[in-house]
Design a protein around this ligand. Structure first.
Ligand code: ADP
Ligand code: MG
Length: 358
């Protein structure tokens, strides 16, 4: 065998490999674009996709917009308006994004157009990126806010493209993502359209139950009961009393369904930590435990649960694609969620009270 010839990969190849790490499929593009819209303070976010997102993704918002002279920076690598340095990161980030790589990455593996008009600007402008080639900034007629369009995802990375599933499967994932953000942000009007047909549209009136109604329909919305849990004595009294120890869980709120309104997958157990959509199996299990065996085998309830913990007790700064979180005080978080769901179900007579657990 010949000795190896080690060569540095060219920049484009490196860019495409790195892009594949963040953008795995249409749903990951949708996630990044929605997060940008929410970070921009949008009150409306309209998502529309073609062929499950494999042919096109468009996200339009009415947020702060991007000034024409910032469009190039917006699509550049590691360029962000959200943090300045590592200290900002240590203080805790208040925005969903901060890495400054989403638009750059998406632009590397698709045809990307960012069109925007800040509310005070007289005219809009747009920039297009094709497989990493950044075009000129051009004037463009557009409403206030930002529209991002992505077509031909993975056209220049055929191996990735082949890895995509059937359009219905890709759309299911897109739907899950958009639903997740719609429920987390009942004050934002979020809509989803697939091949020109509306899937759902929330009102953005701030009411979680009305968002659930828009997303899951009347039957589910009517089967949901309120969850509202605070530590004994409440968070505020603990603070007022000058308690230096933050309670490990500040609040658990949301909605859960009665034990008969179920589906055959866990997908409808949506959990959020400090308003971030996460898939924490610990939280799902705690919620399921609260039903205490009153669910039919292999049936799972609907839940939308918001858990608030001290920001320093949870690590969300994990890989951008991963939704898992780590809690410093996992047992306490589990116990709080189980107690919260259990007392909501008990209060509404939906489960029988069980003997105290030992
Ligand atoms: P990040 O979100 O991590 O900052 P992105 O690549 O997603 O990185 O976006 C780069 C920058 O472009 C953002 O920091 C923001 O300033 C701007 N931007 C992106 N999308 C929007 C949007 N929908 N509205 C306003 N500004 C946006
Ligand atoms: Mg972003």
């Amino acid at each position: 065998m010949e000795p190896p010839n080690i060569e540095r990969l060219d920049e484009r190849t490196v860019q495409r490999i790195a892009a594949g790490e963040v953008v795995e499929r249409p749903a990951s593009v949708v996630k990044e674009l929605i997060e940008n819209s929410l970070d921009a303070g949008a009150s409306r976010v309209a998502v529309s996709v073609e062929a499950g997102g494999t042919e096109g993704v468009r996200v339009r918002d009415d947020g702060v917009g991007i000034p024409a002279d910032q469009l190039e920076a917006a699509v550049a690598e590691h360029a962000t308006s959200k943090i300045g340095d590592i200290e900002d990161l240590d203080r805790g980030v208040g925005t969903l994004g901060f890495r400054g790589e989403a638009l750059y990455t998406v632009g590397a593996v698709s045809r990307l157009t960012v069109r925007s008009r800040p509310p005070d600007a007289e005219a809009g402008a747009e920039i297009t990126v094709e497989g990493g080639d950044v075009g000129e900034v051009r004037p463009a007629g557009c409403p206030e806010g930002t529209t991002v369009e992505v077509t031909d995802l993975f056209y220049n990375t055929p191996a990735r493209k082949k890895f995509l599933k059937r359009t219905t499967t890709e759309f299911d994932r897109v739907n899950t993502v958009v639903t997740g953000y719609a429920l987390a942000n009942p004050d934002v009007a979020v809509s989803l359209e697939h091949d020109g047909r509306e899937t759902f549209a929330t009102e953005g009136n701030g009411d979680l139950r009305s968002a659930v109604l828009a997303v899951y329909g009347r039957e589910v919305a009517e089967a949901m009961v309120d969850v509202a849990w605070e530590p004994d004595g409440g968070v505020d009294s603990a603070h007022a009393a000058g308690d230096p120890d933050d309670p490990p869980v500040r609040r658990v709120t949301g909605l859960v369904s009665h034990p008969e309104a179920t589906r055959s997958t866990r997908e409808y157990l949506a959990t959020y930590v400090n308003d971030r959509y996460v898939t924490a199996s610990a939280l799902r299990e705690a919620a399921l435990d609260a039903y205490g065996g009153q669910l039919a085998p292999d049936r799972y309830p609907f839940a939308v649960l918001f858990v608030e913990v001290p920001p320093g007790d949870v690590d969300v700064n994990v890989h951008p694609r991963k939704l898992e979180v780590r809690f410093d005080e996992e047992p306490a978080v589990r116990a709080a969620v189980e107690e919260a769901v259990e007392s909501a179900l008990l209060d509404h007579g939906l489960i029988r009270s069980t003997a105290p657990r030992g």
